[in-house]
Write a protein that binds this ligand. Structure first.
Ligand code: ADP
Ligand code: MG
Length: 412
């Protein structure tokens, strides 16, 4: 998270963020544009994402299973015929100006995402000229729903459209990823950008992180009587970075040992349990456990997808619990807060629950029978607060379409 962010937006904006109403967000964005720059703007949006299953598999060349959600970044934008871009962030109540053709980075982090996307587009031969824009959104920041990817995707999609660049959605995902790498210093994979751009209502995507091929699977919990709810622990334990590097090293070590016997194994996700067993005595016990989790996770993703195709949400949910168990016991990236919430879900009869994201904090994602949702959230929140001294945040999410142009709402 960006610690330099100003704390809160003006009160009128807070009301919009809290009710999460699309129409209000859209209207607020374009009316702010009219107030600041005058006249009308084109409006674009790109959503945040959840990842149902397939955790710590991306850097192991495996599958992830994300879906876009009904919380998004909105961008009202209009070319201004100059070489400078003037961008206002509603959340921060700040205006920044930058020139895409110049090397000077904008001072504020949020503006660097926009600047980075401009630069990466220019680098790839695109046309980007001056524009005026307003950024707004209701994707919670730093909660693991990828507000940053949503911001990159909204910007990339909008610039591609208004300057008629003709980049594919895939190019736009690469542009967003390169922005995080080169202008923010976050060496992320491509999943978040991908989900934000390729999302489809009622579906999740199975993305193969090695080949970057993707396939949709039907996932529409509401129509089957379920809800998808996230509980945000609001903690981020310090371990995250060093632990991440350690986990990667363990996985690479295990993959290298297997590769010596089976040269076709490029990534750990290419191996199976039998091959891992063969090298058990030759690698540290810790590396074995990490690899056991990753290889197991590949299998769980496949089972999860089969379950979705069969409409079997119970089996899908059970896979989520097993993933959590693996992340907690074998991969050891959970924490007391996450384990508590997953245990609370089990006890409440929730269909599936697991920690989501890198670990050591962030959210749990819960697939819950709609009739249980309220009691589960109330009891889990109460118990959590008693134990950890603060309540988790609650986000209800619906799987939604990816980035797109939004018809400009009427303001009066
Ligand atoms: P996340 O997990 O949500 O992607 P990051 O730390 O990667 O967390 O990205 C959060 C950053 O993205 C913020 O610090 C800010 O710079 C930018 N950002 C996200 N949402 C908005 C918004 N609504 N308006 C302006 N900037 C935003
Ligand atoms: Mg991010």
């Amino acid at each position: 998270m960006d610690g330099r962010l100003k704390k809160s937006a003006p009160s009128i904006n807070m009301a919009v963020f809290m009710d999460g109403n699309y129409m209000n967000m859209e209207k607020t964005t374009v009316s702010k544009f009219a107030e600041l720059f005058g006249g009308e703007a084109a409006l674009y949006k790109a959503p945040g994402r959840v990842n149902l299953i397939g955790e710590h598999t991306d850097y192991n060349g495996g599958f992830v299973l994300p879906g876009a959600i009904d919380k998004a970044i909105y961008l009202a934008i209009r070319p201004n015929g100059k070489s400078v871009c003037n961008v206002y962030s509603l959340k921060n109540d700040e205006m920044e100006s930058f020139s895409p053709s110049e090397e000077t980075l904008p001072r504020r982090q949020w503006a660097r995402y926009l600047y980075g996307v401009c630069r990466e587009m220019l680098k790839r031969g695109g046309r980007v000229e001056g524009f005026d824009a307003v950024v707004a959104g209701d994707v919670p920041l730093g909660a693991g729903l990828s507000s940053s990817a949503a911001l990159c995707s909204a910007t990339a999609f909008a610039l591609n459209d208004i300057f008629e660049n003709g980049f594919s959605l895939f190019d736009l995902a690469l542009i967003g990823q390169a922005t995080e790498h080169n202008y923010i210093g976050v060496k992320c994979g491509i999943m978040d950008q991908f989900a934000s751009l390729f999302g489809r209502r009622g579906n999740i995507m199975r993305l193969n992180c090695k080949t970057l091929e993707h396939r949709y699977f039907p996932f529409d919990p509401e129509s089957a009587g379920y809800s998808l709810v996230l509980l945000d622990t609001r903690v981020k334990h310090e371990l995250a970075n060093s632990a991440y590097n350690h986990r990667r090293a363990s996985c690479e070590n295990a993959a290298a040992a297997i590769r010596r016997r089976h040269p076709e194994v490029e990534y750990l996700s290419d191996a199976d349990m039998m091959w891992l067993e063969e090298v058990r005595s030759g690698i540290p016990e810790e590396d074995f456990r990490r690899a056991e989790y990753v290889i197991g996770e590949m299998q769980r993703v496949l089972t999860f997808c089969d379950a979705l195709e069969a409409g079997d949400y119970k089996l899908a949910g059970e896979m989520m619990y097993r993933t959590h168990d693996g992340l907690s016991r074998l991969y050891e990236v959970s924490c007391a807060e996450l384990d508590y919430l997953v245990e609370a879900a089990r006890n409440a009869g929730v269909t599936g629950s697991r920690m989501m994201g890198g670990g050591f904090g962030g959210c749990t994602v819960n697939l819950v029978d709609a009739s249980l949702r309220e009691e589960f959230v109330r009891e889990a929140s109460k118990g959590f607060e008693e134990r950890f001294g603060h309540a988790p945040k609650v986000y209800d999410v619906v799987i939604s379409d990816g980035a797109g142009k939004v018809p400009t709402p009427q303001i009066n």
